[in-house]
Design a protein around this ligand. Structure first.
Ligand code: GAL
Length: 824
C-alpha cells in the first residue's frame, strides 16, 4: 500500500566542493566514494558481483576508505571524501548562514556569494520494500542539482522552482544488503534564474514514496469541472496509471469523491489491463449533486481517493484534493462562479526573515494570513512556480493564485518545466490563472511569438479550465504587436498606472479591441518600516513618499517627489477604479524581499517595495490597503508620537480610514474633525509629548480609535506570538515571535534599536532572526539581533513530541523576557 513519508530529517550537509563526483563511469554501479556507504556506515562501497570480485582478487586490492575499486581499476577513481559532514534538517537555505558581501555580481541576488554544497542522506529500506515502486520527490532545489544513489548517477535538474522525482527501486539496498545513500550536489554558480534572492539548497520538502508497482503516477490525477448542470457538477477525473511490473496487470480503478464533511459524494469505476512497463490515462465522469462551490469566502475542498483493486486486493490508494468552481475572464475581470471578483492582489517572492527561502508550511501560512487580514484575495507567485505547500494553504484559506512559469522559452527543457508546473498544480482550486512570462526582453518579437504559441498551446492541452495570462511592460513608444497579445487570454499590464508608461494602453486597446486586461503588477512603492524621512546613508525611504524615485524630474512627470518606485499606491488603486476592465491590482510587493535593493546601492541588501517588511510587520501603507479592502471600521495614523528634542515643531500626520470622518486629538485637545476622501487625510500639529489619538466616525458615531503614546527610555523586552494566538504549538510547527521594547510605563518604544540575544531551551530550536532593516547585515542564524524601528522577529520550531519550549530574549540594561510555548 502507498506511503508518502516526509523525508526532511537527518541529512548530512557540506558547504564546498566535495568532488568532483563522476557522472559517467565505465563499470556500472561503481562510483563509490560519497555516493555509497562510507567506512563505518552499514553497507558496501561498491556492490561487487563474482566478476568484480575476481578482478579484484587479481589486483589483490580491496575497497579502502570507501574508494571505488572499479574506479581504481579503470582510472575513473572517485575518491572517498574526507568531507566533514554536519547534520541538517530540511527545508534548508545555506545562504542564510553566509556573511553579506559587497561583491557587485551578487548585489541583486541578496549579496551572498554563490557556491556549491552537498546533501547526503543514509537510510535503510526494509526487506519487505523489495519489489515495490520507490521514488524520491523533491518539491524544489535551488539551483542546479545533480543526484546520485548508491553508486549510480540519477540525473540533473536545473530549475530551482519546479518539482521532480527519481525512481529508486532497482538501485536500492534492502534489509541486510546495507543502507542506501542519496547524494545531492547543489550548485548556485551556474547562473541566476531571477533578479532577486533565490536562496540555495534543498529549500523545499522532500518525500519518499513507496507504492505497488501498479500505481497512480506522480501528479497522476486531474480532477476538473466539465460543467454545472441542473444543480449538479459534472466532474471529470483523469487518472494516469503506471505498471512498473514486468507482466500485464488487470485491475479496477475506482474514484471516490468525499465532501468536506467526509461524506461520500460520488464515484466511478473502470476496469483496465496494462501491459508491462506501460501506462494509460483513464477518463471517468462523476456527477456531484448539489456541489458546494469553492470561493475565497467558502473555500470548500473535496477529496478524491483513486483506488486500484486487483483480485479483490487493494494495491494502491492515491488521495487528491480539489475544489469545484468556474473561472472565466471577461471585460469585467475575473469571473468566479459566474460573479465578477475584483482582484485585490499582491506579488510575492518566497523568502522570509531569518530563514531565507526555506519556509516551512507554517511560515507560508503566516504570510498568507497576513495578506488575508489586509483584505487581499489574490497572490501572484512572482515570477516562478509556487511551492506546492503554499498552494495547499491557499486552497484551504481561500486565496486566489496566479501560478507563474519562469521563462519564455520553448526549448524541450523549459517545456518540460511548464508541463510539470501544470500537471502538479492543476487540481488546486486556488490557482485561477496561469502566467507564462514576466517582462521578457524579447516580448513582442517574432521569436517570442513562436515560443509563446508553443507554451500557451501546451498549457491548454493540459488544462482547459483556466485563462492564460502574461505580465508585460508596455512602455511608451514600445512596438505594438497584436499577434503577440492575441496568444494570451488576458494581457497582463505591469505598471499601467505609472506616469512612466505614458498612454500606450490606449494604443494597445485600439490595436486589439477584443483584448482582456489585468493589472498584473502595480505600485512598486518604496518605503522603510518606521521611517519618516529619506535617508541615503541608512538606506531608508520615507513612508510619506520617497524622493528616491524612479520617476525622476525632467521626464514630464507631474509630481516626482514622493512617488516611490514606479507609482504611488493611490495611483495603483485609482487607475483600477477608473479602468475596472483591468480586473484589479497586483501590488508589487506584499512583503519586502531580499535582493533587488533599489533604490539604494550597497550596504542595502533587501528591496523596499513591500506593504510589509521581511518579517511580515506592517508598514503604514498596509492600513491604506486594508482601509480599501475591508469593511470593519479602522483608523491608522502615521507617524508615532515619540519625537524627543522636537517639542514645538510641526509634525505631519496622515490618517488612513474607511470611515467618513476622522479627528485627531493631542493630549485630549481636538484638532478638529475632517471628512475623509478615498486616500488619506492630513494634519500638521506641533509636537507636545503625551497622547496622540485618531478617532474615526461612521454616521457621526465613533467607530474606531488608534492611540500612540510618547515613549520614554527603553526598559523591558516583550515577546509576543505573531503567527498564532495561544501559547500552544503543534509538534514540529514553525512560528514567528516578535520582540519589542517597552518603556517603564509599558509603552512601545518606536525607534528602539537595542541588541537582543535569543535562546531556545526545552523541546524546540531557533530557526532564524530578522528585523526588517533593509541594510542590516546581522546574521540570520546568529542568536543576536538588533531591533529595527522597535521590533525584531524570531522564527522558532517546536520539537517532535510533547513538552514545551522556552524562548528567552535578553538585552544589556533591559528587563529580559521569556515566552513559554506548550507543545501539543
Ligand atoms: C518589475 C519587475 C519586478 C521588479 C519590479 C521592481 O518591472 O517585474 O520583478 O523588478 O519591477 O519595481
Amino acid at each position: 500500500m502507498r506511503t508518502r513519508e516526509l523525508f526532511n530529517t537527518d541529512w548530512q550537509f557540506y558547504y564546498g566542493e566535495a568532488g568532483p563526483i563522476l557522472k559517467t563511469v565505465n563499470k556500472s554501479g561503481c562510483l563509490g566514494g560519497i555516493t555509497s556507504a562510507l567506512p563505518g556506515e552499514r553497507g558496501e562501497a561498491v556492490k561487487l558481483g563474482p566478476a568484480g570480485k575476481f578482478f579484484l582478487s587479481l589486483l589483490s586490492a580491496g575497497p579502502e576508505n570507501g574508494d571505488s575499486p572499479m574506479g581504481v581499476l579503470f582510472g575513473t577513481d572517485n575518491k572517498a571524501s574526507t568531507v566533514r559532514w554536519r547534520p541538517v534538517n530540511l527545508p534548508h537555505d545555506w545562504k542564510t548562514e553566509l556573511e553579506y558581501t559587497p561583491d557587485k555580481s551578487v548585489f541583486m541576488a541578496g549579496a551572498k556569494e554563490n557556491g556549491v554544497a552537498y546533501y547526503r542522506k543514509v537510510f535503510p529500506l526494509a526487506r519487505e520494500d523489495e519489489g515495490k515502486h520507490i521514488a524520491v520527490e523533491f518539491n524544489g532545489i535551488c539551483r542546479s542539482a545533480s543526484i546520485w544513489f548508491n553508486g549510480c548517477f540519477l540525473g540533473d535538474h536545473y530549475s530551482g522552482y519546479t518539482s521532480f522525482s527519481f525512481d529508486l527501486a532497482d538501485l536500492a539496498n534492502y534489509g541486510d544488503e546495507g543502507d542506501n545513500v542519496l547524494l545531492v550536489r547543489v550548485d548556485t554558480t551556474t547562473g541566476n534564474e531571477g533578479w532577486w534572492y533565490e536562496g540555495a539548497g534543498i529549500y523545499r520538502d522532500v518525500y519518499l514514496v513507496k507504492t505497488d508497482t501498479l500505481h497512480v503516477d506522480t501528479w497522476g490525477t486531474y480532477i476538473h469541472l466539465d460543467k454545472l448542470e441542473n444543480g449538479s457538477a459534472l466532474m471529470i477525473a483523469e487518472t494516469t496509471l503506471v505498471n512498473r511490473a514486468y507482466e500485464s496487470r488487470s485491475a479496477r480503478m475506482d474514484t471516490l469523491f468525499f465532501d468536506d464533511r467526509g461524506n461520500k459524494a460520488g464515484s466511478a469505476g473502470s476496469s483496465f489491463t496494462l501491459g508491462p512497463l506501460d501506462s494509460l490515462t483513464l477518463i471517468q465522469k462523476i456527477t456531484l449533486p448539489e456541489p458546494r462551490l469553492w470561493s475565497p469566502e467558502t473555500p470548500v475542498l473535496y477529496r478524491a481517493l483513486s483506488t486500484i483493486t486487483e483480485d479483490d486486493v487493494v494495491v494502491d490508494e492515491y488521495p487528491s484534493t480539489f475544489g469545484i468552481r468556474t473561472v472565466a475572464y471577461t471585460a469585467e475581470g475575473l469571473i468566479l462562479n459566474g460573479k465578477p471578483i475584483p482582484l485585490k492582489g499582491t506579488c510575492v517572492h518566497q523568502d522570509f526573515a531569518g530563514i531565507g527561502t526555506a519556509l516551512p508550511g507554517d511560515i507560508h501560512g503566516y504570510k498568507i494570513r497576513k495578506l488575508l487580514e489586509m483584505g487581499s484575495n489574490a497572490y501572484r507567485s512572482a515570477h516562478h512556480p509556487a511551492d506546492p505547500v503554499l498552494l495547499d494553504i491557499c486552497d484551504r484559506l481561500g486565496m486566489l493564485v496566479i501560478d507563474e512559469n519562469r521563462l519564455l522559452e520553448s526549448s524541450e527543457l523549459r517545456l518540460g518545466d511548464l508541463r510539470d508546473l501544470i500537471k502538479r498544480d492543476r487540481n488546486h482550486p486556488s490557482v485561477v490563472l496561469w502566467s507564462l512570462c514576466n517582462e521578457e526582453m524579447i516580448g513582442g518579437s517574432s521569436l517570442a511569438v513562436r515560443m509563446l504559441r508553443h507554451l500557451a498551446n501546451e498549457v491548454r492541452r493540459l488544462d482547459k479550465t483556466r485563462p492564460v495570462v502574461s505580465a508585460e511592460l508596455l512602455p511608451p513608444g514600445g512596438a505594438l504587436n497584436p499577434e503577440y497579445f492575441k496568444i494570451f487570454d488576458v494581457l497582463g499590464l505591469n505598471y499601467p498606472e505609472s506616469p512612466l508608461m505614458g498612454d500606450n494602453l490606449s494604443k494597445i486597446k485600439a490595436a486589439y479591441p477584443e483584448g482582456r486586461y489585468l493589472n498584473s503588477e502595480t505600485a512598486s512603492y518604496f518605503s522603510t518600516r518606521g521611517a519618516y524621512a529619506d535617508d541615503w546613508e541608512r538606506c531608508q525611504n520615507n513612508n510619506f513618499g520617497s524622493r528616491f524615485s524612479m520617476m525622476s524630474p525632467g521626464k514630464n512627470v507631474k509630481d516626482p517627489i514622493g512617488a516611490g518606485g514606479t507609482a504611488r499606491p493611490e495611483d495603483a488603486l485609482g487607475f483600477y477604479a477608473a479602468n475596472p476592465y483591468t480586473g484589479g491590482v497586483f501590488i508589487w510587493t506584499g512583503f519586502d524581499y531580499r535582493g533587488e535593493p533599489s533604490p539604494f546601492p550597497w550596504p542595502a541588501i533587501s528591496s523596499q517595495f513591500g506593504i510589509m517588511d521581511t518579517c511580515g510587520f506592517p508598514k503604514d501603507y498596509y492600513y491604506y490597503y486594508k482601509a480599501h479592502w475591508t469593511a470593519a471600521a479602522l483608523i491608522h495614523v502615521m507617524p508615532h508620537w515619540t519625537w524627543p528634542g522636537r517639542e514645538g515643531e510641526n509634525i505631519r500626520l496622515r490618517v488612513f480610514t474607511n470611515c467618513e470622518e476622522a479627528e485627531i486629538m493631542v493630549n485630549g485637545s481636538s484638532a478638529g474633525r475632517k471628512s475623509c476622501g478615498q486616500d488619506w487625510t492630513e494634519w500638521e500639529l506641533p509636537y507636545t509629548p503625551g497622547v496622540l489619538e485618531a478617532v474615526a466616525y461612521r454616521d457621526g458615531k465613533e467607530a474606531a480609535r488608534e492611540i500612540h503614546r510618547t515613549a520614554g527610555a527603553p526598559a523591558a523586552l516583550v515577546l509576543e506570538p505573531e503567527s498564532w494566538t495561544e501559547t500552544l504549538l503543534r509538534a514540529g510547527a514553525a512560528a514567528v515571535v516578535s520582540v519589542s521594547v517597552l518603556d517603564r510605563e509599558g509603552n512601545p518604544v518606536p525607534a528602539a534599536d537595542n541588541s537582543v540575544s535569543f535562546e531556545v531551551t526545552g523541546n524546540g530550536r531557533l530557526l532564524g532572526l530578522g528585523n526588517g532593516d533593509p541594510a542590516d547585515h546581522g546574521g540570520d542564524t546568529y542568536p543576536v539581533r538588533r531591533l529595527f524601528a522597535g521590533k525584531a522577529a524570531a522564527i522558532i520550531e517546536a520539537g517532535a513530541g510533547k513538552n514545551s519550549l522556552i524562548l528567552k530574549a535578553a538585552s544589556p540594561g533591559l528587563t529580559g523576557a521569556a515566552l513559554e510555548v506548550k507543545i501539543r
